[in-house]
Design a protein around this ligand. Sequence first.
Ligand SMILES: Cc1ncc(COP(=O)(O)O)c(C=O)c1O
Length: 253
Amino acid sequence: MIHPIISGNKWRKLKEYIGLAQINTSNSIISFGGAYSNHLYALAYVGNQFNIKTKGIIRGNELTINSNSYLKQMSEWGMDLHFLDRESYRKKIIPVEIAKENVIVIPEGGFSKVGVSGLESFKNELNEQIKADYIIMAVGTGTTAIGISKFLKIKTIGILTLQNLNEIENNCQEFELEDLLEINANYIFGKYAKGSQVLNEFCDTFYKKHQILIEPTYTGRMFYGLYDLIKNNYFPKNSKLIALHTGGIKLSD
Ligand SMILES: Cc1ncc(COP(=O)(O)O)c(C=O)c1O
């Protein structure tokens, strides 16, 4: 609820980079993502609002700015979009025409020490409201979960949304997390963003019951996993849990 577009964890992962770009206004920011990336969508909007040039490197050279309404919107907000074939994207090759410019590069999904450091202020926000035994959130790159366990120092359960457990474990090694972060890979539902009737129904029922929107890719998988863990007595009785809604709700297609 930080903002309808830069929602959930997006602002926290971006804000330190925005600070860096503002120090030197000739800097533009480059980042990477798929055709529906929440991260790039938020970056495009923030760039527009703060008058910072942004460039998005998109996976798939078959795409254009008109392939979906998110790409179109990002372009309208002023993000310069570059479409890469999947092999070059995997290698994170920055097109030569922009590689020589003065740019700040944000890795895919915002994972880096800078991205993680944006989670620090969350500690005070949360501590003022609630003391909990566990905090649970969806994991893509792990940036949010790593930041939370690092700064909040409470038991953190990350519900993995894609088959990248090794990458997350490597990412964790860059930080001293004192065994507080546990990654659960049981709720991936096959692969990233794969459709599932079970998940869709779960999200609908959840909305009807709580009037809180969730979507199947991240928050739906997380809440589904959380309910399942509760059902299977994973948490000791009377534990206080925080489920972190990481945003990702786009209201148009
Ligand atoms: C809505 C939503 N939740 C969770 C995540 C995962 O966050 P992280 O990459 O920090 O693990 C993302 C991806 O950025 C996301 O868009």
